[in-house]
Design a protein around this ligand. Structure first.
Ligand code: 5AD
Ligand code: SF4
Length: 440
């Protein structure tokens, strides 16, 4: 039997596209191998969001090159955002690559593998969703659902609009069917994916028209789906109906990832984020009013061109004020073809590093403080497997998306109650409540 190996970089959208690639390869009769050395088809699903991702990819490609020279009948494929951003240049830079394709072109991989073509081929037209392809899920009880592709924003630092094209939403009826099928297949938690997930539906017409909040309500009504999450929303599209949905829909989790990027209105303007510091904080206030216990996480970039010490302090003050439950923090990385890469006043690297360290300190301290609210409470945890640091304990996630390590008797996919006994900035620890188990 022919075997494949996929290496995935980047965001959840890419993780999901990789599941589709795997599902498609299995339907063609390939099976997965854990080791790249054993594979007949070696695939990379790439990311181009920051320079670090490019560098890691190049190191991996070096390994593929060696394997290909040992056995030239092997196929090396490069898909995803980085492939899309360089297009046919892939073949000039890496002549051992047989097939390259953008994020909207996963299905072309199957065409390539089933054709007799021996020449290298690239597929970079924006086309449909991977949603209709078969998927190989990492866990039986969790699934990603791609509700839209592309992005109509023009954030000046971001390469995504050029790698994933204009925004297109999938019709709500089709999504309801997909989630019903997943529920019938044992899925209890779905994460809705979109580059700008909460602008969902604006491009739909006629009978298919639905807002993001309406879609959430329709998915919440599906039996068997106990948790709904989504990522990533844009603060400009975070409307009151969606915030209320978090309070009203039983399966919609108490967690919102609300990318801040910067706390300075002047920087936000140059980033073309279309909201101000005040408007962002208004959204946070609205969330806290309707869903007081809601976990809030964010993305922040430091060292955007022209960011002054005073601008940076504005970011620090938002981080202090909001008290995020967690954050992804990034050093600005100029991406080719983006407006921000051409702006003057690039911030020197040591300054970026120093700001990142200061920001991380505030984020972690506030996250640790926020996490103490869970100590002494009993939280519903969906078990994902053994703890990563201690195989005698279990690991799962609360509805707030907090990782919980605990002593217990459950198995992967079980929903259990855990008494929380301690909390750090990143994780909670506790013991499964066996009384609750007896009552179930
Ligand atoms: N440099 C640094 N961080 C970036 N991000 C997006 N583009 C860049 C860039 N050029 C960050 C943003 C985004 C997250 C996925 O990656 O914070 O929300
Ligand atoms: Fe990377 Fe962005 Fe593409 Fe995701 S959408 S893989 S983060 S470049």
């Amino acid at each position: 039997m022919r075997r494949y190996h996929v290496t995935t970089f980047g965001c959840q959208m890419n993780q999901h596209d990789s599941e589709r690639m795997k599902g498609m390869l299995e339907s063609l009769g390939y099976s997965e191998t854990d080791s790249r050395d054993d594979a007949d088809v070696i695939l990379f699903n790439t990311c181009s969001i920051r320079e670090a991702a490019d560098n890691r990819l190049v190191a991996h490609l070096g390994h593929a090159k060696r394997l290909k020279s040992e056995r030239p009948d092997r196929i090396v494929g490069v898909g995803g955002c980085w492939a899309q951003s360089v297009k046919d240049e892939v073949f000039a830079r890496f002549p051992f690559v047989d097939v390259a394709f953008g994020p909207g072109q996963v299905h072309k991989l199957a065409e390539f593998l089933t054709s007799d073509s021996l020449t290298a081929q690239g597929f970079f037209e924006f086309e449909g969703f991977t949603g209709h392809l078969p998927a190989k899920r990492a866990r039986d009880f969790q699934a990603w659902v791609q509700i839209s592709i592309g992005c109509n924003c023009v954030c000046s630092y971001c390469i995504v609009p050029s790698t994933r094209g204009r925004e297109v939403s999938r019709p709500p009826g089709e999504l309801v069917c997909e989630v019903e099928r997943l529920a019938a297949d044992g899925v209890r938690e779905v994460t809705l994916l979109g580059q700008n997930v909460n602008s969902y539906g604006r491009d739909l017409r006629g009978d298919e028209r639905a807002s993001f909040a309406e879609l959430l309500a329709r998915l919440d009504a599906i039996d068997g789906i106990e948790r709904i999450r989504y990522t990533s929303p844009h603060p400009k599209d975070m409307r009151e109906d969606v915030i209320r949905a978090h309070a009203e829909l039983p399966s919609l989790c108490e967690h919102i990832h609300l990318p801040l990027q910067s706390g300075s209105t002047a920087v936000l303007k140059r980033m073309r984020r279309t909201y101000t510091r005040e408007r962002y904080l208004d959204r946070v206030a609205m969330i806290r009013e309707h869903v007081p216990d809601c976990a809030l996480t964010t993305d922040i970039i430091v060292g955007f061109p022209g960011e002054t010490e005073a601008d940076f302090e504005q970011t620090i003050s938002v981080a202090e004020e909001v008290g995020y439950d967690g954050a992804f923090t990034f050093i600005f990385s100029p991406r080719r073809g983006t407006e921000a890469a051409t702006l003057r006043d690039q911030v020197p690297h040591p300054v970026k590093v120093e700001r990142l360290e200061r920001l991380v300190e505030v984020i972690q301290r506030r996250a640790r403080e926020r996490a103490q609210r869970f100590v002494g409470r009993s939280l519903e945890v969906l078990i994902e497997g053994p703890s990563r640091t201690d195989a005698t304990r279990l690991r799962g996630r609360s509805r707030h998306n907090k990782v919980v390590n605990f002593a217990g008797l459950g198995s992967s996919g079980d929903m259990v109650e855990v008494e929380i006994t301690s909390a750090t900035s990143q994780t909670l620890a506790g013991t499964e409540s066996l009384l609750a188990r007896a009552a179930h």
